[in-house]
Design a protein around this ligand. Structure first.
Ligand SMILES: Cc1cc2nc3c(=O)[nH]c(=O)nc-3n(C[C@H](O)[C@H](O)[C@H](O)COP(=O)(O)OP(=O)(O)OC[C@H]3O[C@@H](n4cnc5c(N)ncnc54)[C@H](O)[C@@H]3O)c2cc1C
Length: 566
């Protein structure tokens, strides 16, 4: 079960840590995920939820074809990693069948078809990964690199791409901290290290990476690099790509090693061809990361601004004035309302009354967290933010600490909402400040238009969690009663409408990556020439096209449209 991923596990490199993605975050479809009692009532009133939940289908109820891995390929892979690390049992293959998007989770609840690989291959070190990749190219076997399996865009869908078979290359056994250079503030990790383990290993040196996406508990460093991930503390520590100083990539044409100095004028920075390559150019086996001293002081506080436009303007002022907190996160009125309704332990009625008394009409919750090596540093950053925020209503540490305590609970809540019969999914984008309102309105309108139906009222909530001098990300959460007849079609249509609304106004993805789902929209963003350049690079590194077919580059470049059949 996935809760065995805790950092207290003894490290035994001969055994595969169990990273199987089953029904959801918890691996049990919600057994340790519950909604507070009042949440179901609130959802019924607001969305029309009446449906009974769709229970998690037992693995035995899912149609899974026999492994089609040809015997010669299996023999070669077994010779490289050991037969015990080539898994062909149904349960092991199902456990790596796709990631954690809403559609992936539905697939494991019996709606839709999970993409099940022919085998799961678990190399134990960098050299074995290299040999596995070369052997797969030789035997015409597609390879899907698999870190934590938390992709929400079809990034780990086991697509054959016309090859003889498809294997998932699970990086779980590449779980070592290779070296730390405290003078240069660099740490070298194997790619399969999960984020909490990386933090535990760095803490022993008084260091932190500072990368805390909501998928923190399960995702890996290699996965972060492969997807250009962005953590909740991006304002303080940067996006993951800012942390990558060097990489090693196993390609069918040999190992590619990049990164020798903090900066260079030796041509384009090729590290950025690897960061964000989503397993389509090679398998990242090692990353050299910039690390920082672990903060000794922190403080999280809540503020309320009146209306999203005022809130966004306040965040822009912080970003352009160098006064962002380490964490800076603004919820729109709808998300603020949902947070108050679904959270446990809040007193929403009292808070609403207080805000009304302060003249706030459309409360937007802003959470800001400051960290610092010294108390004085932390407090000076806090002073700068508070000064720049001006008239915001200050709520003190209560909401800040509540957000912090629940910052990784979202995935569990999602499992519980699925159990209750809801369609619940997120999507994200980013644009420049001048176009932010327009983008938010366009995506909201598209989602509401697609999902509103007789008896079903969607909730579309939004927040800014990554702000830059020139713009910000928008992160949407959608809640609507699931269409019992066609739950897959319900979400596919909504997602397609949202993507079409984004095209031309913002990026198709700020941090979830391209995967299968966004690949059709890439040509609109980077142009046909851009797709051609990516395809040429792939062709050079992976001439037989075995690496993660269908992700990043849809070949041939498709017209914008629905998600391709898997
Ligand atoms: C509940 C939830 C919350 C999330 N929150 C965030 C968030 O806050 N910020 C954010 O950025 N993302 C978030 N994500 C998305 C996801 O966690 C990220 O994309 C993450 O970077 C993936 O890491 P992973 O190890 O799970 O990779 P996987 O899901 O295993 O793989 C992701 C992609 O990278 C490729 N890949 C993985 N490892 C390697 C490797 N070593 N070499 C080459 N390719 C590789 C895979 O083939 C796939 O295409 C969230 C996902 C969920 C389910």
């Amino acid at each position: 079960m996935c809760h065995t991923l805790t950092v207290t596990l003894p490290v035994d490199h001969s055994v595969l840590p169990d990273r199987r993605v089953r029904a959801g975050w918890t691996g049990s479809g919600g057994a340790d995920a519950t909604l507070p009692a009042h949440a179901n009532r609130w959802l019924s009133a607001k969305t029309g939820l009446t449906a009974r939940g769709t229970p998690v289908a037992p693995d035995s109820a899912l149609a899974v074809a026999e492994s089609g891995l040809p015997a010669p390929a299996r023999a070669v892979l077994s010779a490289i990693v050991g037969a015990e690390h080539v898994l062909v049992e149904r349960e092991d293959r199902l456990g790596r069948a796709g990631g954690l998007s809403y559609l992936d989770l539905l697939g494991r609840r019996g709606a839709g078809r999970p993409t099940v690989p022919d085998a799961v291959v678990c190399p134990g070190n960098r050299a074995e990964v290299q040999r596995v990749v070369e052997a797969c190219a030789e035997h015409d076997v597609a390879v899907v690199p698999f870190g934590g399996g938390t992709s929400v865009v079809g990034g780990v869908a086991a697509l054959r791409g016309g090859k003889a078979a498809v294997v998932v290359l699970d990086l779980a056994r590449l779980d070592r901290l290779v070296s730390v250079d405290p003078v240069s503030r660099l740490a070298v990790f194997e790619a399969g290290v999960v984020a909490p383990e990386a933090e535990r290993l760095l803490a022993a040196h008084g260091l932190t990476l500072g990368h805390f996406p909501q998928s923190y508990e399960r995702a890996t460093l290699g996965g972060f690099a492969a997807t250009r991930s962005s953590g909740q503390a991006s304002a303080g520590y940067g996006r993951f790509e800012d942390m990558v100083e060097g990489v090693r990539l196993a390609t069918p044409r040999g190992e590619w090693r990049l990164g020798v100095s903090p900066a260079s004028a030796a041509g384009p920075d090729l590290r950025h061809l690897v960061v964000g390559s989503e397993g389509a150019f090679g398998v990242i086996t090692e990353v050299t990361l910039r690390v920082r001293p672990a903060p000794a002081w922190d403080r999280y506080e809540g503020f309320v601004l009146d209306g999203f436009a005022a809130g966004a303007a306040a965040v822009r002022t912080l970003a352009q004035g160098g006064a962002l907190g380490t964490v800076t996160r603004l919820s729109d009125p709808r998300e603020t309302e949902v947070a108050l309704a679904l959270a446990d332990g809040w007193r929403p009625a009292a808070l609403r009354a207080y805000l009304r008394a302060r003249g706030v009409v459309e409360p937007c919750l802003l959470v800001v967290g400051w960290e610092g090596a010294t108390r004085a540093e932390m407090l000076s950053r806090r002073r700068a933010t508070r000064r720049a925020l001006g008239p915001a209503v200050r709520l003190g540490v209560g909401p800040g600490n509540a957000w912090r305590a629940g910052r990784f609970a979202g995935p569990r809540q999602r499992d519980a909402l699925l159990d209750a019969g809801m369609c619940v999914e997120t999507l994200e984008t980013a644009t420049y400040w001048a176009g932010l309102d327009r983008l938010r309105a366009a995506v909201r309108g598209a989602l509401l238009g697609s999902l509103t139906a007789p008896g079903r009222k969607p909730i579309v909530a939004c927040h800014i969690s990554h702000a830059y001098e020139t713009g910000a990300s928008l992160y949407f959460t959608v809640l609507v009663p699931r269409d019992a007849e066609d739950p897959v079609g319900q979400w596919q249509a909504a997602k397609q409408a949202a993507c079409a609304a984004i095209a031309g106004l913002g990026t198709i993805t700020h941090h979830h990556a391209t995967g299968v789902d966004h690949a059709p929209y890439l040509p609109e963003e980077i142009g046909a020439l851009g797709v051609d350049v990516l395809a040429a690079i792939k062709d050079r590194l992976d001439p037989r096209g075995v690496l993660n077919p269908g992700k990043l580059i849809a070949a041939p470049p498709p017209a914008p449209g629905p998600r391709p059949a898997r």
